[in-house]
Design a protein around this ligand. Structure first.
Ligand code: AMP
Ligand code: MG
Length: 473
């Protein structure tokens, strides 16, 4: 059997042994590679031709001596605290150091039940694992920090999700799998030693500069606040709705993680919700920044005992840092929105008014910005006069030619349109991967318009039922 030459380290399992359990993947009856990420393999320093053949590794059967672990974490799910979530159907294969010296987690999803599985079967279906792969690659190509799929392997098993579906294992690569929920879990152990070990590990791995701060733990919080403010702005700029922003699904690294019920918007409206279980709209498009801020407050709470022995002083210091989220977010959003309409300087009133216009007329969000650069945007409005008035204000600020090329470099033609994603995943589930690979190809080069991919740029037909995503992945 082919073996790849990846060397695995287990710095996390060693640094905080209290926060993971040694565990092994279930056996896989008949593994077949569905998709493999050559570029990512190269980035990791692996030979893609060797690694893609190492189905044993990619399906959770690494060579003897490699210790795989299930990570423990807690989390607020839709606001309710669960003290023990953890990797119920996932395993950390280990950490790989890339040629640039950066450390990455290799992690399996769908590799069988672990002691954290609760009622779950520990498995995952082909559709949702390909979906996570596709969404991650789309986000990566859009320049948004994200975990990425290295491979999806079908297992040869059938699993039950309201119907029988083919099973699969995703191997994903992340800067780490430290989550806000990891800190909540550590804090709940009530041993400051564990909390300190975790925080020190996170600082060393992600934010070594935080050791320069007056309190390294406040420095850690400040860095996470900063990367999450950036991340949330980048989601909003492309119209990405994560759908399940529970504290266990928010990383310390600032990467997007856990593509369950997520979806991209077609037309812009802050109340947009796709997930069938998000009845109250907690994670609606426009609530995402507030949800992120709420999650960061939970991280702040967990860190309090490390910040100061005097609880009041600790709360005061952490609060001050948390208050930095909103201005950082607004700054990143304004700058990004300005760039989308071709401006070099933030013009928050102008871009806020645009979003209002777009939501009133239900204009296709992604399509609008390309049309604006092409000079055809007014055709997207039933009452173009309001758009004309808005565009006049923009043209005054532009004071020159339409910066078409610069706009087209940052406004994608292709985002994962829900109806196209569903089509591709349905076909893949039935055994035809061609639509998936075609969509992946378009999403990997989102700014390059191609006549043969025209259908992938278009919104769903008018009158199509609103898209609904499901958590049962
Ligand atoms: P998620 O909604 O995917 O972020 O998962 C929330 C929690 O449920 C995590 O602890 C997962 O490990 C666990 N989980 C989700 N699906 C399964 C499954 N099929 N089997 C076991 N645990 C699961
Ligand atoms: Mg999760």
């Amino acid at each position: 059997m082919t073996r790849s030459q990846l060397i695995f380290e287990d710095s996390y399992a060693r640094a905080v042994p209290e926060l993971s359990l040694s565990w092994q993947a279930a056996e896989v009856p008949d593994p077949h590679l569905l998709v493999f990420n050559d570029d990512l393999a190269r980035e990791l320093g692996a030979d893609p031709d060797l690694l893609r053949k190492d189905l044993a590794l990619l399906s959770g059967q690494p060579r003897p001596g490699v210790r795989t672990v299930a990570q423990a974490y807690a989390g607020h799910q839709f606001g309710s605290y669960s003290p023990r979530l953890g990797d119920g159907r996932a395993l950390l294969l280990g950490e790989v150091i890339d040629p640039a010296g950066d450390r990455h987690d290799l992690h399996l999803k769908g590799s069988g039940r672990t002691p954290f599985a609760r009622g779950g079967d520990g498995k995952a279906a082909v559709g949702p694992m390909l979906r996570e792969y596709l969404m991650g690659e789309a986000m990566h190509a859009l320049g948004i920090p994200t975990t990425r799929g290295l491979s999806v392997v079908s297992t040869g098993e059938s699993i039950y999700r309201e119907r029988m579906l083919p099973g699969a294992i995703l191997c994903r690569v992340a800067a780490s799998h430290l989550r806000v929920g990891t800190f909540q879990y550590a804090a709940a152990q009530g041993e400051i030693k564990v909390m300190r070990a975790l925080a020190d590990y996170a600082i060393a791995r992600h934010y070594p500069q935080a050791t320069q701060a007056k309190s390294p733990y406040l420095g850690l919080l400040e860095n996470v606040v900063a990367v999450q403010a950036q991340l949330l702005a980048s989601w909003m700029l492309v119209g990405f709705v994560h759908g399940v922003m529970n504290t266990d699904n928010m990383t310390i690294s600032g990467q997007t993680i856990d593509y369950g019920p997520c979806a991209f918007i077609d037309s812009y409206h802050p109340a947009t919700v796709f997930s069938s279980i998000d009845h109250a709209g907690r994670y609606a498009l426009g609530n995402q920044p507030a949800a992120a801020q709420w999650n960061l407050a939970r991280l702040g709470e967990a860190l309090l005992p490390l910040v100061d022995e005097d609880l009041n002083a600790a709360v005061e210091a952490a609060t001050e840092i948390l208050l930095g989220f909103a201005p950082r977010y607004r700054e990143a959003l304004s700058a990004g929105m300005a760039a989308k309409v071709g401006l070099g300087q933030p013009a928050p009133e102008l871009t806020d008014d645009l979003l209002q216009l777009l939501s009133e007329e239900k204009v296709d969000y992604t399509g609008f910005f390309r049309a604006l650069a092409a000079g055809t945007a007014r055709e997207h409005f039933t009452q173009p006069e309001a758009f004309d008035r808005w565009n006049q204000r923009r043209l005054v600020l532009l004071a020159g030619d339409e910066p078409t090329e610069a706009m087209n470099r940052i406004n994608p033609v292709y985002v994962p349109r829900n109806h196209r994603v569903e089509e591709a995943l349905e076909a893949a589930t039935a055994g035809d991967l061609a639509p998936f690979h075609r969509l992946l190809e378009a999403l990997t080069h989102p700014y390059v318009e191609r006549p043969d991919f025209q259908d992938l740029a278009e919104p769903p037909p008018a009158g199509a039922a609103p898209h609904v995503t499901y958590c049962g992945t």
